[in-house]
Ligand binder design. Structure first.
Ligand SMILES: [Zn+2]
Length: 301
């Protein structure tokens, strides 16, 4: 059905108590690994790219590949731009056909975050695309955004309410103790804070740094209102480990199709496990049906 906005699928996920995974992809075969695995489990899925991947692959190429995959397979697919701090890149991706964008102004004071998010909402409200904003600061490294442990700050529940009221942003990523990358110890997730925020705001919440969070913690986050979980590092690790393993066993290998097919399969296995974990397997048909009804309404109007 082509790429769709992630807003409605995430609202439905939050109201029904399951999650949808957004996987960061960096190449054509990673993109296909995600969509094929989602199709095998009849699951909605979000493809996402960092600004770095937009710069290396080109927004148009990414959109073309994602659009093609979304038409080839019969599951709802959204394409999201992750952690964008640059308004011009964000507009470029919207023009190219991204159906969801994250304006990350979390490194700025609250008022500036509101202002920058509203600049993006001014465009997005005329289009059927999702917008995600962040409050507090998620620690770790994501592309060229580095937040040290000392700088990481958790979102304040009352600020989340004010932020939603003043921006109308449809999805919110509150920092709640997770970090980007792989954890050194166990993540220190502030479940009470998630609960407090979710009691006050009804938009779908986003769990950043979803790699390697223990399964029980992921389930608890989702049950509290986290409807989108971002997975980047774990997918990269699975993909790269398969290639590394291939070269350790056969250092003379030179046919990329041999090692890339193994990498793709490793990525697919990881995608399967995360989709099963968050509970969105089998939800594709309902979401597609809702999207079709909505597009009929638009045509009828
Ligand atoms: Zn993130």
């Amino acid at each position: 059905m082509g790429l769709i906005s992630s807003t409605r699928m995430l609202e439905k996920a939050r109201s029904e108590g399951y999650g949808i995974v957004a996987f960061n992809v960096h190449s054509l075969d990673m993109l296909y690994a995600v969509v094929e695995a989602a199709d095998e489990l009849k699951s909605p899925v979000i493809l996402q790219t960092t600004v770095g991947s937009v710069k290396s692959l080109g927004a148009d190429n990414i959109v073309t590949a994602a659009e093609k995959a979304s038409n080839q397979f019969n599951v709802p697919v959204a394409l999201h731009l992750d952690h964008c701090t640059d308004y011009s890149v964000l507009v470029k991706c919207i023009r190219a056909g991204y159906t969801s964008v994250m304006i990350d102004a979390s490194m700025h004071p609250f008022e500036e975050n509101v202002k920058r998010t509203n600049e993006v909402m001014a465009i997005a409200k005329h289009l059927d695309i999702n917008v995600e904003a962040e409050l507090g600061k998620v620690g770790g490294v994501e592309d060229d955004i580095v937040v040290s442990e000392d700088e990481a700050q958790k979102a304040v529940p009352a600020e989340c309410v004010e932020f939603i009221e003043r921006t109308d942003v449809p999805t919110l990523a509150p920092a709640i103790g997770t970090a980007h990358g792989i954890y050194k110890g166990d993540p220190d997730i502030d479940f009470d804070r998630i609960h407090a925020i979710a009691q006050l705001v009804n938009v779908p919440l986003v769990l950043h740094g979803g790699s390697a969070i223990p399964d029980e913690d992921v389930k608890r986050c989702i049950s509290l209102g986290m409807a989108k979980m971002n997975v980047s590092t774990e997918l990269k690790n699975a993909y790269s480990a398969a290639i590394r393993d291939h070269f350790i066993k056969t250092p003379e290998a030179l046919d990329p199709r041999q090692y890339l097919s193994k990498a793709k399969q490793a990525a697919k296995d990881l995608v399967h496990s995360k989709i099963l974990l968050v509970g969105c397997a089998g939800k594709a048909d309902e979401i597609q049906e809702n999207e079709r009804k909505k597009s009929h309404l638009v045509v009828a109007n």
